[in-house]
Every structure is written in structure tokens, then in C-alpha cells.
Design a protein around this ligand. Structure first.
Ligand code: ATP
Ligand code: MG
Length: 449
């Protein structure tokens, strides 16, 4: 061991068996790995629960046998992590938890295995696997719940969710990832406790992390429906919640919220596109007029989107990409065959690296209404492909500020930028050839330009 070769699951269990045998430790694989293994969904990360406070020692022994670096330990929670090529193995001493009302950080004390399993979020996350691969259902209902594909809390959901409100989002996220139903008492408990989801009890980072996982799951639309049913949408995505009941005419068949859900369901599993689908019409509630025009909703929506994603601490890169999509979302939808090549190039230039995603968003947006000519988008896609493959490209001027200053004999200043911009437009429209020589010649022959 000790190479960078990925370690396979059989080797992992073998090492765990050896390490726990050496120490006489009683330990099991627990949680998501076991659940996903039984569902035929491989996952690389593995949690090991250790009886009698032995997590740290077992982690060290395991790390040594596996040739990994020393474990990273979190004393307060009795956990220790070992990183192997392709895997994160987390060791946790069996524990019980009690919660102060204003925090989801528990006071932790050592406990029996059964107590440890009962403080977990859902029964399907309490299954154990020993290091020979046998499954153990200590709470007695976990296997049946897994087979019935139900998320059920081991304790009363009011207690489970009150102790750690993040579990409400985990319920929605697992439902979206796994296609499991929520036990009937979960949504009423959520409605009662949705207010506990606010910061500081649950950090925005954890909230955003769950939202991210919901959105890239196989069932993003279901996730939003469940958030709405549980009264969580108002807390997590208040700008989307504001779209509920906002009626719209034209080719629309649903209110803004219903349309957004439909559009989201038609997007590819790309976080940026899905965030853009969620936010694309959030500018509508505040721009609605009696004639149903929503003028400027894309600009207003872009601002709302930026503020919302900054509050959720998404990365600047993700925020910028999503905001571009929200701002431009109408452009492909308004495409007409009469558009000049310059207009098509202008769209390609404005969307830049987001052009593919913008088209994916437009297809979802159009598909989620009764828009009569969805095939127009195929025509636009073909024309975009053509202008994007032009060599030399017409999307960026082949001269820089220095060239312009020299050709014009002018000093640095805003005029340089203005000239460059106008040259760019003429190149886009095919009026000047996209070469440095042609542009400099144009400047020569148009001294007043
Ligand atoms: P994933 O596929 O996202 O890794 P997971 O079930 O493994 O799902 P983790 O967050 O990795 O979830 O946690 C591992 C296990 O720890 C869970 O299966 C569950 O038993 C328990 N657990 C994690 N977070 C919580 C929580 N907030 N409340 C209760 N139990 C939790
Ligand atoms: Mg996990």
C-alpha cells in the first residue's frame, strides 16, 4: 500500500477488518455507504462507527496499515478522517447527542451503538455492514424502509428536526437523489419547524450545500415541490416562493412558480443551468403589470439572483455565470429567422462561455410553456455553431488599445474604448474584415470615425 493506486472496496474492508482485529475494536460501516451499496449506487466515502470511544485509535491503526497520512481528528465530535486515493474514511465513536435550542451543534457523550443509531437522521441511514460484508439492521425497521423506499426518522420527526433542522433539508435532498418517499409525518413536522432553518441555527453554507445537491440530483423539481410542501421554500429560496400565484398570460399555461418548476424539470443536470432555471423569472413578481408584460424582468431578476446567491455564498464564478443566464434568458426565446448574422454573433459574444448553457435554459423555458415554435431554437443553435466556428473569429476585435492610440495619435482615455467598441460592432456586422490589417486600414481611411 501507500501508492496512489485507487483502493478498491474489498481492500478497504480487508484493511478495516485487520485494523479492528489488531485492536480488538468493535466497529461497523454505517450510513450512506451501506444504504447506497444496497441500492446498487456505489459511493466512495465510507463512515465507520466504533464502540467504546475507539474511533481515534482505530483510525490511526487503519491509516498506518493503508499507508495513508495520519488521521485528521475532531476531538469535540469524537471523529477522525483518513484520506486514501479515491476515498474518505471517517471514523466516529458511538455517541449520543443533546441540543441547545439555538444551535445544531450538539453536546456529545459516549453511548451504546443503539443510542448512536437512534440519533441519526433516517432509518435507512442506520444500517450497518460488518467488515465481512454482512448487513445488520439493529433498529429493526431500516431494511423494510429501504425496501419500501421511505425516509422515516428513527425518533419522532418533531424531535429529530428540532434537534437539527438541517435534517429537514437532508430529507428533501435524499428524496430527490434516491427517489424515496417521505414518511407521512415528515411534511407536517417540517411545516411546524420550518422557522428553525434560519441562520444561525443552520449556517447558510450547509443550506447551500444541500440545495446544490438537490439541484444536481435526478429530481430537482421534486426537491422544490417538497421544499414548498414543507414550508421551507420561503426560508431557503424566498425569491422563488414570491413567484407562487403570480399569473401570466401569453403562451404560458402556469403561474410563474409552476412554470419555473416545469422548466427546471427540463434542464440537464448542470448546477449553473439549474440555478438559472430556478431564478430565471424571479424578476416577474415585482415587474408584473395588469397587461401581463413583466417589462425588464430579466434585469430585475439578474439583480435579485446575484443578491440571493451571494447570501447563500455561492462562488463568484458560479454567481456570475448564473446571472448572465438570467439576464440573457429571453434573447434566444425571441430569436427570429430574420435575425442578421450580426445579431446572432452579438448573442454569442454577450453569452460568451455560457452560450451552451443559455441554449439549454432557453429550451427548458420554451418547453415549459405552450410556445408554438420550439424548433426555432434548433435553427438558432445551427447559426450559432456557424458564427462560433468562423476563423478568424468576428466575436472579438483583432486590435488592442495600443493599436488604436498609435493609428489615431491619441492618448489613453475613454475615447480609445469607444473606438474599439464601435470597431467591434462593425466587425460583428461584417462591415470590416476581422484582421488587424483591415481594421488599421479602416481607421486610416475613416479619420473621423
Ligand atoms: P451522502 O451520500 O450525502 O454521503 P450519507 O448518508 O453518507 O449521505 P453523510 O452526511 O455522509 O450522509 O453522513 C453519514 C451518516 O451520518 C448518515 O448516513 C447518517 O447516519 C449520519 N448523519 C449525517 N448527518 C446527520 C445529521 N445532520 N443528523 C443525523 N444524522 C446524520
Ligand atoms: Mg456520506
Amino acid at each position: 500500500m501507500g501508492s496512489d493506486q485507487p483502493v478498491d472496496d474489498r481492500q478497504l474492508l480487508g484493511l478495516l477488518k485487520q485494523a479492528s482485529g489488531d485492536l480488538g475494536a468493535r466497529a461497523w460501516v454505517v450510513g450512506g455507504y451501506v444504504r447506497d451499496h444496497l441500492l446498487g449506487r456505489a459511493q466512495p466515502d465510507l463512515d465507520v462507527v466504533v464502540e467504546e470511544g475507539g474511533a481515534g485509535r482505530l483510525a490511526e491503526r487503519f491509516a498506518r496499515l493503508a499507508g495513508a497520512g495520519p488521521p485528521v481528528t475532531f476531538e469535540r465530535y469524537g471523529t477522525a478522517q483518513v484520506t486514501l486515493p479515491g476515498h474518505l474514511v471517517e471514523f466516529v465513536s458511538a455517541r449520543s447527542e443533546s441540543y441547545a435550542p439555538e444551535s445544531r451543534k450538539p453536546d456529545v457523550r459516549p453511548a451504546t451503538l443503539e443510542e448512536d443509531l437512534r440519533r441519526r437522521d433516517f432509518t435507512v441511514n442506520t444500517l450497518l455492514m460488518d467488515f465481512d460484508g454482512n448487513i445488520h439492521d439493529r433498529l429493526g425497521t431500516a431494511k423494510a424502509d429501504l425496501e419500501a423506499r421511505v425516509l422515516r426518522t428513527p425518533a419522532d420527526p418533531l424531535q429529530t428536526f428540532n434537534d437539527d433542522p438541517l435534517r429537514m433539508l437532508r430529507a428533501v435532498r435524499f428524496a430527490a437523489q434516491l427517489g424515496f418517499a417521505l414518511a407521512p409525518n415528515l411534511v407536517p413536522a417540517m411545516r411546524q419547524l420550518s422557522g428553525r432553518l434560519a441562520s444561525p441555527v443552520v449556517s447558510v453554507e450547509r443550506t447551500a450545500d444541500e440545495l446544490r445537491k438537490m439541484l444536481v440530483s435526478e429530481r430537482p423539481r421534486l426537491a422544490l415541490e417538497l421544499l414548498d410542501a414543507g414550508g421551507l421554500l420561503e426560508v431557503v429560496l424566498p425569491d422563488l416562493a414570491a413567484c407562487k400565484g403570480v399569473e401570466q398570460g401569453g403562451y404560458h399555461t402556469h403561474d410563474v412558480f409552476g412554470h419555473t418548476l416545469l422548466a427546471l424539470g427540463l434542464t440537464p443536470a448542470d448546477l449553473v443551468v439549474r440555478l438559472a432555471a430556478v431564478f430565471h423569472d424571479v424578476g416577474k413578481p415585482s415587474t408584473a403589470t395588469p397587461d401581463g408584460a413583466f417589462t425588464g424582468h430579466e434585469e430585475v431578476g439578474a439583480r435579485i439572483t446575484r443578491a440571493a446567491l451571494e447570501r447563500l455564498r455561492f462562488s463568484q464564478k458560479e454567481i456570475d455565470a448564473v446571472v448572465v443566464l438570467v439576464r440573457l434568458h429571453l434573447r434566444p426565446v425571441y430569436y427570429r429567422s430574420e435575425w442578421s448574422d450580426g445579431a446572432v454573433r452579438r448573442l454569442a459574444r454577450d453569452a460568451g462561455a455560457q452560450i451552451e448553457r443559455l441554449m439549454a435554459l432557453a429550451r427548458a423555458d420554451v418547453g415549459a410553456s405552450a410556445y408554438p415554435e420550439p424548433e426555432k431554437l434548433d435553427e438558432l443553435a445551427a447559426r450559432l455553431a456557424t458564427v462560433l466556428s468562423e476563423r478568424p473569429t468576428r466575436l472579438a476585435p483583432p486590435v488592442d488599445g495600443e493599436d488604436i492610440m498609435r493609428a489615431r495619435g491619441i492618448p489613453p482615455g475613454p475615447e480609445v474604448g469607444r473606438i474599439k467598441e464601435r470597431l467591434g460592432e462593425l466587425i460583428l456586422d461584417g462591415e470590416i474584415e476581422p484582421s488587424r490589417e483591415a481594421v488599421l486600414a479602416y481607421l486610416q481611411s475613416h479619420p473621423d470615425f
